[in-house]
Design a protein around this ligand. Structure first.
Ligand code: GZL
Ligand code: ZN
Length: 344
């Protein structure tokens, strides 16, 4: 019997070998099916490459969250998200990577307005629509981007200027010399350009306003503090600081305190800020910031709506402005009375 089993086992060896090999390899069709359905699923997803400025501010974090909340798999998207860490070169690299991956859409928050013509032409040549959010690009050919969603930065700057004019009038200081310093955001960024332009349009009409200096605070708390400390060293009578985002304002308030001065309502220095992130609005509530001009970071859902419209073959506008408000001592307790929806 033993002889029989041994002889036959060898005879069966080649068949056994093939069977074991198939088992080890797994059934290629089976693997293929899994692969197929995975690809199928991916094929139905809209692939969106997003190039974000960085994570320089509380506002930026909220902005990024709004993008990630909008472009989920459940909503039908595959999101490829790149944080450029505040470097335009990284954004250009990310866009080229999106092009080579043949994404369906590119969404870009451009750190500064210039330097985009070449890479956006490459995206156009690849037939990939580019949607801008937050900041704007300055390009020779406006067809290099399909649409833009963001804030009216010039109006934000004007709102700040008009509020200060009204505030000084109420204080009976229309004739008094008013010394102003400005903490500007990232050089060349639309928010910096627009807020500066809008505020200066109003300031130019006020014969008693002196803009002593406009320092580069780069939208960060550290730089905002450093520049404000320097300005406090330079000038012993600063009446107003216009800080172009809350992160710089948080730093400026520290510098003002460390210089032994007071800020905000009834303070030595009137504080005008931008963004109105939650922590900024809290400081309006407690009077350390006089007003905070909101910059609405909740833009992801509007960008997603534009992509849906393009997918449906609908016409889209070139520019969409997100709803915003100004937080003052008088209205800070009012509910968000900002009308929903974007204005074309
Ligand atoms: C404004 C945005 C600015 C914010 C800053 O839309 O570009 O960049 O005001 C952020 O907080 O860093
Ligand atoms: Zn003064």
């Amino acid at each position: 019997m033993r002889q029989f089993i041994r002889k036959n086992i060898w005879a069966a060896a080649p068949v056994l070998f093939v069977l074991i090999a198939i088992l080890l390899m797994g059934n290629p069709l089976q693997a293929g099916d899994v692969q197929e359905s995975q690809t199928d699923k991916d094929d139905n997803l809209i692939v969106v490459g997003v190039s974000q400025v960085g994570s320089e501010s509380v506002w930026r974090t909220a902005h990024t969250q709004s993008v990630q909340d909008a472009f989920t798999r459940a909503n039908g998207y595959m999101l490829i998200f790149d944080n450029a860490r505040q470097k335009q070169a990284n954004q250009i690299k990310a866009i080229r990577s999106f092009i080579s991956q043949q994404v369906d859409y590119i969404v870009l928050s451009p750190i500064e307005e210039t330097g985009w013509d070449t890479v956006l032409q490459e995206a156009k040549d690849a037939g990939i629509p580019v949607i801008l959010m937050d900041r704007m690009v300055s390009v020779n050919d406006p067809s290099l981007y399909t649409a833009w969603v963001g804030s009216d930065f010039v109006r934000e700057g004007q709102d700040a200027g008009y509020w200060l004019e009204d505030y000084l009038k109420k204080q009976g200081k229309e004739q008094e010399e008013v010394n102003i310093v400005v903490l500007k955001g990232t050089k060349g960024a639309s928010a910096t350009i627009g807020r500066t332009k809008g505020f200066n349009q109003v300031a130019r009409l006020q014969h008693n306003w002196n803009i002593l200096k406009q320092a580069d605070g780069e939208f960060t708390t550290a730089k905002g503090k450093e520049e404000m400390a320097r300005l406090l060293e330079l000038y012993d009578d600063i009446d107003v600081v216009v800080s172009q985002n809350d992160d710089m304002t948080f730093g400026a308030l520290e510098a003002i305190r460390e210089a032994g001065k007071t800020a905000g309502v009834n303070g030595d220095i009137t504080v005008i800020s931008f963004d109105a992130v939650d922590a900024g609005v809290e400081l309006v509530r407690n009077g350390e910031i006089n007003i905070d001009v909101q910059c609405n970071p909740d833009q992801g859902k509007y960008v997603e709506q534009i992509i849906q419209d393009i997918q449906a073959g609908k016409e889209v506008e070139k520019a969409y402005y997100v709803p915003e408000r100004v937080y003052t001592q008088e209205n800070v307790e009012e509910e968000e009375n900002v009308t929903e929806g974007i204005s074309g």
